[in-house]
Write a protein that binds this ligand. Structure first.
Ligand code: 3PG
Ligand code: MG
Length: 392
C-alpha cells in the first residue's frame, strides 16, 4: 500500500478520490460532520499539490436508484464553505460523461460525482463501470477506510484500472488499528450496538474467540431478546436470525467468551414516543424497544470495571431522541471515567457512535476514535478488507 502523501509528482494530475462522506442527514441538514472534517487534510494536501480532484462517495443505502433525500448536495455545500472554493456537483449522466466534461477552466479544482450508490453497478463491483470511472482520472486514491470492507466498484474493481494510493485518513486509521490489535490488553470487552443488524450479526461469531466479553445492545439485541422467548412488539429486528444466535451462544461457551444482552428495556410506542422502563416479559405488541434499561446499564458498568480494553461500536438505543439516549450516555460516562483513571484503553468506532459522542462533546476522552463501523469490526475479526487488499 502506497500513500499519496509520499507521491510528490502530482502537478496537474486528475485524482479520483473515494471518500466516505456518509454523514447523518435530517431534512438535508448534516447532523454530524466528523467524516467530512477528517478528510479535509487530504483535500488540502491535494490542493497544495495543484491537482484536479474528482470526489466519489455514497450516502445511505439507495440500492441502485436515485433517492433525492440521499443527494450529496448538502455535503458539497459544507465542503465549499470549509475549503472556501466552488465545488461542482455532477448530478446527471455519470456513465456518459468524459474526463473533458468535468473541469471547464483552470479555476475549477474540485468536482463531486453524485451518490455513487444511485448506480446499481457500484455495489455489484461492475468492471465496466469501474473502468469508466477510472477513465475520468490519472490516479486513484482511497481515503474511505470506513467503506473498505465493501467490494464495490469505486473501492475494489477500480484499482485494476489506475495507479492507486491510500489517503491520509486511511493511513491514520489502519496505522492506529494495527497498533491496537497488536498491543491489546486482556480482558477485552467489545460492545456492539446500532441498527445495522445484518452487517454485524455475522461478525460477532468471528469475534468470540478473540474477546472475553461481548455486550450486545441496540437493534441487534432485539433478536436475542426474542430468541430467549420474549415478545418484542414492533421493535427493529432481522428475519431468520435464530440459527446464527444459536451458533453464537454455543460458540461463546466453548470459547469462554461471555455474551451479555439486555435484561430490561426502555420502550416507546414509536420513535417519538415517551419512554417507559419495562421488564423483558412485559413488552406489548404495540411497543418498540428503544434503549437498554437500568438493570442492563448496571451489568454493563460492572463488566467495564473488570476490563482492560473496551472496543465500542454502535449506540445502545435510539439516541437521536434524547428520551432513549440514556443507555448510550451511561456507557460513555463509565468508559470515560475508567479511562481517566488509566484503568482501560478505549476505542470507539462507527458513524452513529461518533456522532453521539460528538453531541456530548466527549470524543477526545477516548484513546482512539475510528470513523469506521462495519469496517472497524471486520478489521478486528482479522480479515483483510477488500478495499485494503486492492491497494496492496
Ligand atoms: C458506514 O457508514 O458504515 C459506511 O459508510 C459504509 O456504509 P454501508 O454500511 O451502508 O456499506
Ligand atoms: Mg456500515
Amino acid at each position: 500500500m502506497k500513500s499519496i502523501s509520499e507521491e510528490l509528482n502530482l502537478n496537474n494530475q486528475k485524482i479520483l478520490l473515494r471518500l466516505d462522506l456518509n454523514v447523518p442527514l435530517i431534512d438535508d441538514k448534516i447532523t454530524d460532520t466528523t467524516r467530512i472534517d477528517k478528510i479535509l487534510p487530504t483535500l488540502k494536501f491535494l490542493i497544495s499539490q495543484n491537482t484536479k480532484i474528482i470526489i466519489i462517495s455514497h450516502v445511505g443505502r439507495p440500492k441502485g436508484q436515485v433517492v433525492n433525500e440521499l443527494s450529496l448536495r448538502p455535503i458539497c455545500d459544507d465542503l465549499e464553505m470549509k475549503l472556501s472554493q466552488n465545488i461542482k456537483l455532477i448530478s446527471k449522466g455519470i456513465k456518459e460523461i468524459t474526463s473533458k466534461d468535468l473541469f471547464n477552466n483552470d479555476h475549477e479544482k474540485i468536482v463531486v460525482l453524485e451518490n455513487i450508490r444511485f448506480y446499481p453497478e457500484e455495489e455489484k463491483n461492475n468492471p465496466k463501470f469501474a473502468k469508466h470511472l477510472a477513465s475520468l482520472a490519472d490516479i486513484y486514491v482511497n481515503d474511505a477506510f470506513s467503506c473498505s470492507h465493501r467490494a464495490h466498484a469505486s473501492i475494489d474493481e477500480i484499482t485494476n484500472f489506475l495507479p492507486c494510493y491510500s489517503g491520509l485518513q486511511l493511513d491514520l486509521e489502519v496505522g492506529a488499528l494495527k497498533k491496537i490489535t497488536s498491543e491489546i490488553k486482556k480482558p477485552i470487552t467489545c460492545i456492539i450496538g446500532g441498527s445495522k443488524v445484518s452487517t454485524k450479526i455475522n461478525i460477532i461469531k468471528n469475534l468470540i474467540p478473540k474477546f472475553d466479553n461481548i455486550i450486545i445492545v441496540g437493534g441487534m439485541a432485539n433478536n436475542i431478546i426474542k430468541y430467549m422467548g420474549n415478545q418484542i412488539g414492533k421493535s427493529l429486528k432481522e428475519e431468520n436470525c435464530d440459527p446464527i444466535i444459536k451458533e453464537i451462544i454455543s460458540l461463546s461457551e466453548t470459547e469462554n467468551c461471555k455474551i451479555i444482552y439486555p435484561q430490561d428495556a426502555v420502550v416507546g410506542k414509536n420513535l417519538n414516543g415517551s419512554p417507559q422502563t419495562k421488564e423483558l416479559s412485559e413488552i406489548s405488541s404495540d411497543e418498540m424497544i428503544l434503549d437498554i434499561g437500568p438493570k442492563t446499564i448496571g451489568i454493563i458498568k460492572n463488566i467495564i470495571d473488570k476490563s482492560n480494553t473496551i472496543l465500542w461500536n454502535g449506540p445502545a438505543g435510539y439516541f437521536e431522541n434524547p428520551s432513549f439516549a440514556n443507555g448510550s450516555i451511561e456507557i460513555a460516562k463509565k468508559i470515560i471515567e475508567n479511562k481517566k483513571s488509566n484503568k482501560i484503553y478505549s476505542v470507539i468506532g462507527g458513524g452513529d457512535t461518533v456522532s453521539l459522542l460528538n453531541s456530548l462533546n466527549v470524543v477526545n476522552d477516548f484513546n482512539f476514535v475510528s470513523t469506521a463501523g462495519g469496517a472497524f469490526l471486520e478489521y478486528l475479526e482479522g480479515k483483510e478488507l477488500p478495499g485494503i487488499k486492492a491497494l496492496n
